[in-house]
Design a protein around this ligand. Structure first.
Ligand code: PDD
Length: 287
């Protein structure tokens, strides 16, 4: 891992000096939230959307941000001065350190951590080959719209995928698709692009929003709706999207080919639109 400098509670430190108390509630209870923000050409991609989602997560767990959006932005920009090329930012805020007791402590200072790290975004070969995925029950809690650091169910799902030679676990709850262990899912079915509607059962993905924007602006019929297991299994195309994976085609699910077993025409279309958008972003033409 290539982290050079860490921002922790007001200080910029080398990794070896950035330490957190064993009583931090992020450590003992998973009582905190986070964001992962892509960086292209030294610029923070869709920053305002990530900051808005962070505020949503903080609000839902009743944690007051220790820093205003502008201050967070300054911190992230300072961290980027150490990074060359593309990267991603990890930003985490926990309720802070206090003697172990489930209810909120009366007096506590939130812990805020951020660092930038080099990231290799999926290359052309991966996009052309596509990835494998496996189905897995969604065992998470009922507030998946909160980007919580309590990720045990996501970890177990992703590990199941890993052990089955797959890049992602496709999660189902009550016979309906929710999302991936760490990604949004898109289904092309009968010529329509489907994705699960935002709500408590999924994270409102920032990449998801952009994919929908691009697809809808370019004439692909999009629907945010319930998606059945059968629709997923008979999909013409299946994609995953996230800040670190961008958009990837899933070409096999539980060992069965998705559609023709190769990235489909809609994928080729959307990834071209996405790359065009990224290029404009790098050139400062869009934010
Ligand atoms: N995860 N759903 C879940 C459960 C996720 O963890 C993520 C991203 C997404 C996609 O959201 P976005 O497009 O905003 O990255 C959907 C990040 C990358 C992570 O945990 O590392």
């Amino acid at each position: 891992m290539s982290v050079k400098e860490v921002y922790l509670n007001g200080e910029y430190l080398p990794v070896s000096e950035a330490t957190v108390s064993i009583f931090d509630r992020g450590f003992t209870f998973g009582d905190g939230v986070y964001e992962v923000i892509p960086v292209y050409g030294g610029r923070l991609f869709r920053l305002q959307q990530h900051l808005d989602r962070l505020q949503h997560s903080l609000g839902e767990i009743r944690l007051l941000s220790p820093l205003a959006d502008l201050e967070i932005t300054r911190v992230l920009e300072r961290l980027l001065t150490n990074i060359e090329g593309d990267a991603s930012i990890y930003l985490q805020i926990t309720r802070g350190s206090a003697p172990r007791n489930h209810a909120f402590p009366d007096q506590v200072q939130p812990t805020i951590l951020a660092y930038a790290q080099d990231v290799v975004y999926p290359d052309q070969a991966t996009r052309e080959a596509g990835v494998n995925a496996v189905c897995f029950p969604d065992q998470r809690w009922e507030r998946c719209d909160i980007k919580s650091v309590s990720l045990l169910a996501n970890v177990l799902a992703r590990q199941y995928a890993h052990e089955n030679n797959a890049a992602e676990a496709v999660l189902f709850r009550d016979g309906k698709l929710t999302e991936g262990a760490a990604s949004t899912l898109f289904v092309v079915h009968e010529g329509q692009l489907l994705t699960t509607a935002n709500g408590h059962s999924i994270l409102p993905g920032i990449t998801r929003e952009l994919v929908l924007e691009l697809a809808c602006n370019h004439g692909l019929s999009c629907q945010q709706t319930d998606i059945t297991e059968n629709q997923v299994k008979t999909a013409d195309e299946l994609w995953l999207s996230s800040s670190t994976k961008e958009i990837l085609p899933i070409v096999s699910l539980d060992g069965e080919a998705v559609g023709a077993g190769v990235p489909g025409p809609h994928y080729h279309h959307i990834i071209r639109l996405y790359d065009d958008f990224k290029l404009k972003f790098r050139n400062g033409e869009v934010s």
